[in-house]
Write a protein that binds this ligand. Sequence first.
Ligand SMILES: Nc1ncnc2c1ncn2[C@@H]1O[C@H](COP(=O)(O)OP(=O)(O)OP(=O)(O)O)[C@@H](O)[C@H]1O
Ligand SMILES: [Mg+2]
Length: 429
Amino acid sequence: MNQAFQEFYKNNNFLQSVLETAIDAIIIINQSGIIVILNKSAATLFGYTQEELIGRNINILTPEPHRSSHDQYIENHLKTGVNKIIGIGREVEGVRKDGKKFPVRLAVSKFVTDNQIYFTGVIHDLTLQKEVENKLWYLNKNLENLVDSRTGQLQESIQQLSAINTHLENEITYRLSVETKLKSKEQELLTALEKERDLSILKSRFVSIASHEFRTPLANILSSINLIDKYEDIESVEKRKKHILKIKNNIHYLNGVLNEFLVLTRIEESRFEIKMERFSLFHLLHDILEDFNQIKKPGQKLSFICNDPEHSEIYSDKTCLRHIMNNLISNAIKFSDEYSIITVQLNQDGSNYILKIIDTGIGIPEEEQKFIFDIFYRASNVLNIAGTGLGLNIVKKYLDAIQGKIQFESKEGKGTQITITLPGNEYKK
Ligand SMILES: Nc1ncnc2c1ncn2[C@@H]1O[C@H](COP(=O)(O)OP(=O)(O)OP(=O)(O)O)[C@@H](O)[C@H]1O
Ligand SMILES: [Mg+2]
């Protein structure tokens, strides 16, 4: 039968041309595994001549363990009809004449002619492909190893960098805290220095002011005492009284100047405490004005206007407010003429109290108004009126301490209106 098939092949140019042109190996075997036809590519691939292989069992081209089992494979297929390779194709190993194994891709098909079963195997050499695959695998492996080792190095570097970073961050935090401490210390020192400077200015100004300001009242006291000495007779009682009053006023003035210095020194040295209490603003102002009625200039009138005396309770520092009002009213008296009217107004605005001290005195020159809260500042139109220029500076400091505000309007030759705003601190009631 094989003979007949081989004859058929030899006479079939078309089939021969297809097989001999194919680059892949093509082998046709019969159902006993005997090679019936093979092309040149098949012989070359396995290292034989075509003649050497025709009539040989196909297992000669198959390495162990398949070699011994190949006949069995065919037998099983013929018996069971189960396809393990036909129409499926798979990668297997072939063996060359010199015994070398090599990888191939095998596709098998089955055909029947003249009641004989044949199998056609198409074998594609995978040696080169496997070599390339192996090379690629190794290259890949190397690359993976390289990436692994580089990743390791990178992680190590990242860890080192992160440690350095943490160290630097700690260093920065530490330095910032030191810097903040230094800045606050510097600020403290500057404040202390400023206070020290203010105090020393205050002290040296005190010496010059005291020598200047004390001279006139002391001379007045002396001349009054000399005169009293001369008024020995009963008729001179009135004259004596007048001089005793002069002495009292001068001493009162000296006392006032000394007090202002003491207050300022206390404020500057931070030896000054606020004592909050509840009291009637109306009563406080009433008392102060009564005191001033004794020492105002001849003919001056102190007018007090309060809308609602019953509701003038405030939570504040009474001593501070007394000092503030004393200073402001004494200025109004001092810088106004005899027979003028000085008005003190007390009004409520929401939770605030508004206090106004209005006089019709000499006023403050416009261009000098911005300086009047400066320590020792006295406007050019008051130089022949006694004073140290401390009063308003103290008033400002006291008002800051009790959260009060001060504003003023003044026109030279017309008068001055001072406005004080005080928080009523209602919530403390
Ligand atoms: N009611 C006012 N009328 C006109 N000028 C005023 C009035 N109040 C203040 N001044 C001006 O503001 C200056 C500063 O006032 P301040 O009370 O501080 O000083 P003083 O009254 O001159 O001195 P001291 O109050 O220390 O005795 C005054 O010298 C004066 O020029
Ligand atoms: Mg004053």
